[in-house]
Design a protein around this ligand. Sequence first.
Ligand code: NDP
Ligand code: 3PG
Length: 661
Amino acid sequence: MVPLSCDSRLFSPRGYWVSTNSLKYNISLELPRQNVSSFAIQRQISEKNFLNLIISKYRITPLVVIKSLKRRSRNISEAIPVAESQVDHSKTTNPLNPSESSNSLDMSPFRPANHNKLSLDDQELLSLFPKTTADIPAPPPSLPGDVYLLNGEIKRFTDRADPVISVIEPQDGSKIKISEFARCSKEIALQALGAASEAWDQGRGIWPRMSMVERAKHMSAFLEDFKMLREQLIDLLMWDICKSKKDATDEVDRTTEYIRDTIKHAVQMDDETTGFTTNSGIAAQVRRLPIGIVLASGPFNYPLNECYTTFIPALMTGNVVLLRIPRNGSTPHFPTLSLFQKHFPAGSINILSGSGREIMPPLMQDGRIDYLAFIGQSSSANAIMKNHPQVHRLHTLLQMDAKDCAVVLRDADIEEASTAVVTGGFTFNGQRCTAIKMVWVHESIADAFVKSVCEKVDGLKVGMPWEDDVKITPLCVPEKPKVIKEFLEDALKHGAHILNANGGRFGKSLVTPTVIGPITAEMKLYRDEQFGPILPIASFSDLNSVPGPLEWIITSHFGLQSSVFGSSPKEVGEVLDIMSYHVGRVNLNTPDKRGPDVLPFGGKKDSGMGVTNAKEAVKSFTVESVVATSVKGDEATRNISVLKKVVEEHTSQVVVSTRGI
Ligand SMILES: NC(=O)C1=CN([C@@H]2O[C@H](COP(=O)(O)OP(=O)(O)OC[C@H]3O[C@@H](n4cnc5c(N)ncnc54)[C@H](OP(=O)(O)O)[C@@H]3O)[C@@H](O)[C@H]2O)C=CC1
Ligand SMILES: O=C(O)[C@H](O)COP(=O)(O)O
């Protein structure tokens, strides 16, 4: 027997919190105010019967149920009065254990689809893989990959080159090798740093001293050659990370756009910051100059694009670069090595493959890295940065993990919201930092919304990347299916259900898109980033409930994006405001995404530091450098004359115009 308790601090606008308070854990219920009026329930009540009593005997539909929030409850001596007469029997449900209240299961928006078990080695899924290699419409790529670019030379590292085997494994068990991946050693990494350091030469190297217009010519020539690789790069993305042909094409095309935009914005920025303005008798030029040696590392899910979003602006603005390419998604980089070799001075761009854990710490420990441009998990960024001996002078641009949520208000257009949430949740199997990874739906529409989401998710075509209209493809990181399975098992163990008929099925690297709920605080899916094809859903009665959407956003340590679906200005405004202080971008009736790429893209809290888009990134990789001179009285003539001669005789790369004086 455990005492029933109520915490007066938790009187909500809608009702009251009541809890069991055992040594093991608490169950807290938010009960509607109208039900709390005239008669008392017993004070000593068994934990097991607590929910049953509230739901079946007193027939009250709790507004919110929390398990294990012990710290939120305090004993009081009074019993909780409950008015049986005001109960809405039709809604009676036990969200923690629907099977306990017989009529509740059918009424809950979170009823299990037709099973609650994971299907492993699912035969139907396995049959989606090609029977043999002969069944594959176009021959898989095969290219040498034990290569790296160091000091203008393409070298081979055969000592430790692993085969890159596609996770697209034909049914006959054959393996398809598409390339190799050289695990470059620490020694090679340090040689590359040496080459970069020489190319930088304390700002005196060919590349950092070249004018922006000249650099733009190099980058434009590179771009022309890069465009010729389009079809090959799409093919490699499809095979290496299993992006659907459509998504792979988008990745390549937006990368081309990004290079073009970077050239434009870099030249524009340089032009705008060249020349002088005068204030208080001081004429000054505030020009943006490169910072030094940039170590760039990108993620596997946009292995081409999200490497280019950092290192292309870094290079374009005169920095020198050491690029570490991701293991999954390495192959699209291999055909580009000869292009970088052809178009850029030796050492200005060096491209290495290898384990991040093996090569990044020694590079950082060396102390010559001036800038870390990292896209991946915040724990990885943290571990890498800590190696720098003078971390206070390390510049960073970090785009990191995220758990974007969608809040679906009571007046949301269910069709529109469910379409957006499914797109946001499952594009590229949910492997996007901007994927919707948690959904809060208002209880009044939860049933219709969950139904609509499940129908749409079950309509997503699962198959091979080259198939028309395919949406769910194999997961390219070999350990990923196991990670997804663990997330689902944990949620099921804590009382969630698989809500869509096709959910929870596994066959080699294929995992069906799975909608799961109700998600509660003790489940890993509540807070952790799943980065895979799972859509967790919880319902709420009041925006300010605890737990509830606003409290969830405020207390989340992530802050990339979030979306709100609805039209009531009061509620939309309230949600927009809270979200805006906690995430980098809020989307109204629109799924989360990075594009259009002209918008600033960056996160808050653990999700990001700095902004990428071509215009902002060229600023990020440069610092304001001021040249100032007195133009007061007699000094003016002399100083202006010196500057004019510097410009006329081309003796400086920094002062190239006396515009403005
Ligand atoms: N905000 C954004 O814009 C984006 C964020 N992401 C986020 O990236 C993640 C997925 O990308 P993923 O590539 O798996 O990211 P990871 O952070 O897991 O891996 C990235 C790199 O970091 C290295 N690394 C990890 N730990 C350490 C360490 N202790 N010391 C040195 N290096 C280390 C890895 O090395 P190794 O090679 O040895 O494994 C790997 O090369 C997701 O969380 C996603 O949200 C993805 C895209 C965009
Ligand atoms: O890596 C990611 O996930 C991207 O930054 C998200 O980009 P997207 O919203 O365009 O897919």
